[in-house]
Design a protein around this ligand. Structure first.
Ligand SMILES: [Fe+2]
Length: 139
């Protein structure tokens, strides 16, 4: 399974957001590794729970920052987070109902990889640029 590598194009320029994104990527990679090892039913369960809470906590931080700095993309970002929580929640339910099927775990992993890259590249980088600009004006 291909490992999700961090690269500079994913940087928002805001250290707190970047470090939280790195944590999300690390947790996603751990899910990929657990699936690959094939013995990861419990590991995947634990990681999914961690990821759910971590993602929600991170989204809250990002949304508070975006609102505080009046970023034009704040609403779009918030809506995307809400949609992610719904999608992830549905997949998580499917995983539980399937009694931890590897196929559903892979679906979750693929969805996470795709969502994280597209969301960070298309939205979070713009949020980061707005926060940086707003902070620079305060100096
Ligand atoms: Fe975001």
């Amino acid at each position: 399974m291909q490992k999700f590598e961090w690269n500079d194009s994913l940087s928002t320029g805001v250290p707190m957001i970047d470090s939280q994104h790195r944590e999300l990527i690390a947790a996603t990679n751990e899910i990929g590794e657990a699936i690959e090892r094939g013995n990861g039913v419990n590991a995947i369960k634990k990681l999914l729970v961690f990821l759910k809470f971590y993602a929600e906590w991170h989204f809250g931080n990002e949304e508070t920052c975006a609102a505080k700095h009046q970023c034009p993309m704040a609403g779009v970002n918030q809506a995307a987070h809400k949609k992610f929580i719904e999608t992830f929640g549905k997949l998580h339910d499917q995983y539980r109902q399937s009694e931890a099927s590897e196929e559903v775990a892979r679906k979750i992993y693929d969805e996470l990889c795709e969502w994280l890259v597209s969301h960070i590249l298309l939205i979070d980088t713009q949020i980061g640029a707005c926060i940086k600009e707003s902070l620079a004006q305060q100096i």
